[in-house]
Design a protein around this ligand. Structure first.
Ligand SMILES: [Zn+2]
Ligand SMILES: [Zn+2]
Length: 444
């Protein structure tokens, strides 16, 4: 099957492309880019992308899919549906399921379930330690053979520097990046929000920025010691970003990601004890947001990732200090990036594509993704920078509803998501863009 994405504006930082181009797809692969023209190759169907941005499919490096074990919160299929509706063609699943993905059997299960769902591609991330208990290394080699692309004990960070050193040395042997949720539990002390003005006012136990920064510093020192590839998940503090900046200056293989809620909301959002403001790491003060914005602008931050963390309404309805950490994020990330970063002039659209596609593909060796080079997978995220829309969580594809962004209005959003050349999501107002000679052939 041939499909021509016609008259769009193509942004592919991996090839230095940032201009009006047609994009031809055949049998799920990119054939190539060509100048705008009304000519349609023999037998091709057409997607009219006039006025739209055509980017290599967005990749969300950090998602919690809850299957196996907590399917009432999210399944791999429902998470993948939320992903394509949000503009993501590939997502990476954290291992803290039940059982934990610390062995090849769970890794294979995740991959098989994702294939069955047939929506976004799902790459599993394996645990660093068995059962993520921080005491014994997991079988990284077997999991890599089964399909993991990195290791992490996200949510239960590796507690000691000695264990993390061994983990990095071991992971390096398999060329697997180590992703760490930076949090020194002895400093976080069971805190439920950022330690500062608002934790005092609200009478809630705070966790200081230093709890993240001590661990970020530790991990960067160990990256230097071991030569491992180290990726810091959801950095949220000025100090952690400063640490990454210095590590990069030294030439260490350190990268990091930031989540949309961390540049959008401050800890003041917790003032009405809304449990959907309870995330880990916590929402920080404005000074930390300023540092995140600077890191996004100057290249210190490599990736935008959602940390999509579905929880059932009954659990989130517990009192603030008892409710679980985390919010869903797959369907609001692109809106928050366009609205708060691109429209505000913080970053360009090209940099957005780098953060959401080029860089995650490169850092995690996701071959054939993150670019429109000839022969790549035809994974596409098509955006309308002028689309006016409002997020209505009651229509979310996710099984969970825990978000502080219900009712948010956005300018700019996803209009279509193509996975391996097939339209996996099409915004209801853009049905006219698809000009198929066989009605319904594209949207199945
Ligand atoms: Zn985490
Ligand atoms: Zn997480």
């Amino acid at each position: 099957m041939r499909l021509l994405i016609q008259n769009g504006y193509v942004i592919d930082p991996a090839q230095g492309t940032n201009t009006g181009k047609n994009l031809l797809i055949e049998d799920g692969r990119v054939v190539g880019l060509s100048s705008h023209s009304d000519d349609v190759p023999e037998g091709a169907e057409v997607f009219d992308a006039t006025g739209l941005i055509v980017a290599p499919g967005f990749i969300d490096m950090h998602v919690h899919l809850r299957e196996p074990g907590h399917e009432y919160k999210e399944t791999i299929a429902s998470g993948a549906a939320a992903a394509v509706a949000g503009g993501f063609t590939t997502i990476c699943a954290m291992p803290n399921t039940n059982p934990i993905n610390d062995n090849a059997a769970v890794t294979r299960f995740v991959i098989e379930q994702a294939e069955r769902a047939g929506l976004a591609s799902v790459f599993p991330i394996g645990a660093i330690t068995k059962n993520s208990e921080g005491t014994e290394l997991a079988e990284m080699g077997e999991m890599k053979d089964a399909g993991i692309i990195a290791v992490s004990d996200d949510g239960r960070p590796v507690p000691t520097a000695g264990m993390m050193r061994r983990a990095m040395e071991y992971a390096r042997g398999f060329d697997l990046p180590v992703i760490d949720h930076c949090e020194d539990k002895s400093l976080a002390r069971g805190g439920v929000m950022h330690e500062g003005h608002w934790s005092l006012v609200l009478g809630l136990r705070g966790m200081p920025a230093a709890a993240e920064e001590v661990d970020a510093e530790r991990n960067c020192l160990l990256a230097g010691l071991t030569g491992a590839r180290v990726h810091l998940a959801h950095v949220s503090t000025r100090g952690a970003i400063e640490t990454v900046r210095r590590a990069k200056e030294k030439g260490l293989a350190v990268t990091c990601e930031v989540a949309p809620h961390h540049w959008t909301l401050t800890d003041e959002a917790a003032q009405h004890y809304d449990q959907n403001t309870k995330v880990s790491p916590p929402l920080r003060s404005q000074d930390h947001i300023d540092a995140i914005v600077e890191g996004l602008r100057d290249g210190t931050i490599d990736i935008i990732a959602t940390d999509h963390a579905p929880h059932h309404a009954d659990e989130k309805a517990l009192e603030y200090d008892q409710a679980p950490f985390g919010i869903v994020g797959l369907e609001t990330a692109v809106g928050l990036a366009l609205e708060r970063l691109v429209n505000e002039g913080v970053i360009s659209l090209e940099r957005l594509v780098e953060l959401c596609s080029t860089n995650p593909a490169r850092i995690f060796n996701l071959e054939e993704r993150g670019t429109f080079r000839a022969g790549s997978r035809a994974d596409l995220t098509i955006l309308d920078p002028e689309l006016a829309w409002t997020f209505d969580v009651s229509r979310s594809k996710s099984k969970s509803r825990n978000t502080p962004f219900d009712g948010y209005a956005f300018r700019g959003g996803t209009v279509a998501t193509l996975v391996a050349g097939r339209i996996a999501y099409l915004h209801p107002d853009y049905g006219h863009a698809v000009q198929s000679r066989r009605p319904g052939a594209l949207v199945s």
